[in-house]
Design a protein around this ligand. Structure first.
Ligand code: SF4
Length: 369
């Protein structure tokens, strides 16, 4: 297996620069939280409670046409319609997997595309969301990383992915929904919009999702981890670790050149956790590369430094990756080793593998199969 050389992104640090934003000529109401909607209606000379009504319609009911807002007078709807946009990202293609997952391709207002994955489980549904078009982090194992960064998603576009997927799968309500920011983009590189979306999605007047059911996965952007720790109410944190030595991690994840494993462990040790909260460590197992027993021992030592739980993720082979998944025997040995070290470990079988919707496989536009 050929190991790639040091990545030029480590020197240029594109994640230090703000990503471009959505340019929009019209007021997009799905970008606004409830307080902002109340203020907008007040400025129009309408009672503030109209803002509550519209927020509930947009977020809890997922309405996308003014015709659905029957509690708002026809006259007012006629005024609002040309002055605002209440659309959600348009699902242009949906590919279902044999395991029940569906990968959706979304077209955004400016024609860009992102993808999200709907994953139904017995007692809950998990939605995997994108936070950016493309990604600045350049992880070499990731199809999205090959695109580079195009722009941030706005808060309304992030929320809109949730609304669009719940509208497409109407049997699922808000109560049993988990969200994971594990799609396209580094969510900590777009933290302001991700946190605004989090604020909207957890509002009890909207979908009222539990903050504990929302997880943000980072590649190890320590400046972002520190910022996230400053929020009183925030998503749970997961780290896409994937390597146990700096040498290898820097080769596959350029951000490690800037914040190495020691800096990461220090940031995670100081990350303010709630009682019983733990940081999830995601570790992709690549046969002959990251799945040795020595890797397991180093992983255990890293994970023991702060409250954590480990997700082992057998690699999803995709075209041209050059990597292979681990054997079942090795997965078992690693689980045993980590459990004996007193760690909580689970094996995450990525959903949606046959539709290229698993972690590290999201790219712009649906794949052809
Ligand atoms: S793995 Fe995540 S952070 Fe790395 S390039 Fe892909 S989308 Fe970006």
């Amino acid at each position: 297996m050929k190991v790639p050389g040091p990545h030029p992104l480590a020197a240029s640090r594109p994640w230090d620069r703000p990503a471009p934003e959505l340019a929009t000529p019209v007021l997009r109401l799905r970008e606004l939280d409830r307080k902002e909607l109340r203020a907008w209606f007040t400025a129009l000379g309408e009672p503030a409670f109209r803002g509550d009504q519209v927020f509930e319609g947009l977020q809890r009911h997922g309405w996308t046409s003014w015709d659905q807002f029957s509690q708002v007078s026809k006259d007012l709807r006629a005024r609002l319609s040309p002055a605002s946009d209440i659309s959600v990202p348009v699902i242009t293609e949906s590919i279902s997997s044999s395991d029940g997952s569906t990968k959706h391709a979304f077209r955004l207002a400016d024609g860009q595309q992102v993808e999200g994955v709907y994953m139904p489980y017995a007692r809950r549904t998990t939605l995997c969301l994108s936070s950016q078009v493309g990604c600045a982090m350049g992880c070499t194992f990731c199809a999205t990383g090959l695109m580079g960064i195009v722009r941030n998603l706005s808060a309304g576009e992030i929320v809109g992915q949730v609304v669009a997927m719940l509208n497409a799968h109407p049997a699922e309500g808000g109560a049993g929904v988990n969200l994971v920011f594990m799609g396209m983009g580094e969510p900590l590189h777009n933290l302001d919009h991700v946190m605004k979306a989090f604020h909207i999605l957890t509002d009890p007047a909207g979908l009222g999702l539990s903050p504990r059911r929302i997880t943000l996965s980072t590649s190890g952007l320590v400046s972002g981890i520190e910022r996230l720790g400053g929020y009183a109410k925030r998503p749970r944190l997961a780290l896409s670790l994937n390597a146990t030595t700096d040498d290898y991690r820097s080769r596959i994840m350029p951000v490690n050149k800037v914040w190495n494993l020691e800096a990461l462990a220090d940031a995670l040790l100081h990350f303010p956790l709630d009682k019983s909260e733990r940081i999830t460590l995601e570790y992709v197992l690549l046969q002959g590369v990251t799945d040795s027993l020595e890797d397991g021992r180093r992983l255990a030592r890293f994970a023991q430094r702060f409250p954590s739980k480990i997700n082992l993720i057998p690699f999803n082979p995709h075209e041209g990756s050059g990597f292979e998944p681990p054997t079942e025997a090795r997965i078992g040995e690693l689980c045993q080793l980590l459990a004996q070290a007193g760690l909580t470990v689970s094996v995450r079988r990525s959903r949606g593998q046959d539709v290229a919707g698993a972690c590290g496989q999201l790219v712009r536009g649906p794949r052809k199969h």
